[in-house]
Design a binder for this molecule. Structure first.
Ligand SMILES: C[S@@+](CC[C@H](N)C(=O)[O-])C[C@H]1O[C@@H](n2cnc3c(N)ncnc32)[C@H](O)[C@@H]1O
Length: 260
């Protein structure tokens, strides 16, 4: 019997959303918002070997564990000839990593106009301006109707709560994940046959809620890379539409992947 995504994430997230966990999350958000997210300066940073300019309100990949971990994972893939979308691109780090890994075309989308501008600058800086196209909009809605992708990447805001402003939309996805509620449904509809979604999440977020959104979108997933730190683990999940998942993995998923 194959394990459901729910069972997998429950294993990953041994601690439920307890009160101490909520308090810790609030403290971390307070520090992150006041000292990093809301900063008005422009920084020049190097993350995963990529030189990036990070303007005001743009998610700074130097300070958050998910960006470098996910970018390094993508740089290790063979994406030659693949069409890729990066939803919530921020500085463009993941889109640029996909282009460096050989993708033929990368569409990078963000709700924040400063992130779109940063991605264009950073694509040029890293020699992939001809491959990465940054556009503004909500999730995959600005992408023309017929477009399909072999790979959809996303490092979404993964905490529930009302964002204070556009900078805070990197952290909070709205009450009950309002702002990303249709992320997986849209991704599922935009996948080419055999296509995959890679999403990075943290053990400190509500993984069970993500499992529900993913299952509701008719997708199944399993972890493909994980790194543990003192307070949390960061996990990259591979998702496929359910029938494609059966074709790709068979009815049993690899135990070594489940137990990462
Ligand atoms: C956690 S940051 C990740 C940024 C970048 N991909 C990285 O890994 O460093 C999440 C990004 O998603 C964007 N975002 C939030 N809600 C969005 C939405 N509904 N549609 C598009 N982008 C969104 C934010 O502006 C932010 O840039």
């Amino acid at each position: 019997m194959a394990l459901s995504f729910d069972q997998i994430v429950v294993r990953e997230s041994q601690t439920p959303q307890t009160r101490p966990k909520k308090i810790l999350e609030s403290v971390l958000h307070f520090l992150a918002y006041h000292f990093i997210l809301s900063r008005r300066s422009t920084r020049h940073v190097t993350v995963a070997g990529l030189d990036l300019t990070v303007g005001p309100t743009v998610f700074d990949p130097r300070f958050f564990l998910t960006s470098a971990f996910f970018a390094e994972f993508i740089l290790g893939l063979d994406l030659r000839g693949k069409r890729v979308a990066d939803v919530g691109t921020g500085s463009g780090i993941l889109a640029i990593a996909a282009a460096k890994a050989g993708a033929s075309e990368v569409v990078a989308i963000d709700i924040n106009p400063y992130a779109v501008a940063a991605t264009n600058v950073n694509a040029k800086k890293n020699g992939v301006a001809g491959t990465v196209k940054a556009i503004i909009g909500h999730l995959l809605s600005p992408v023309p109707g017929g477009a399909r992708f072999d790979l959809i990447l996303t490092n979404p805001p993964f905490f529930e709560g009302q964002p204070r402003d556009v900078a805070d939309r990197s952290w909070y996805a709205g009450p009950n994940f309002r702002d990303i509620a249709t992320l997986f449904e849209q991704a599922s509809q935009r996948l080419a046959p055999g296509g995959r979604v890679y999403v990075v999440l943290s053990s400190s977020c509500n993984l069970a809620a993500f499992a529900e959104m993913i299952e509701k979108a008719g997708m199944t997933g399993h972890p493909v890379s994980k790194k543990s730190f003192v307070l949390e683990s960061i996990i990259v999940y591979e998702l496929r539409r359910s029938p494609d998942a059966v074709a790709a993995y068979g009815s049993e998923r690899s135990p070594s992947l489940v137990e990462l």
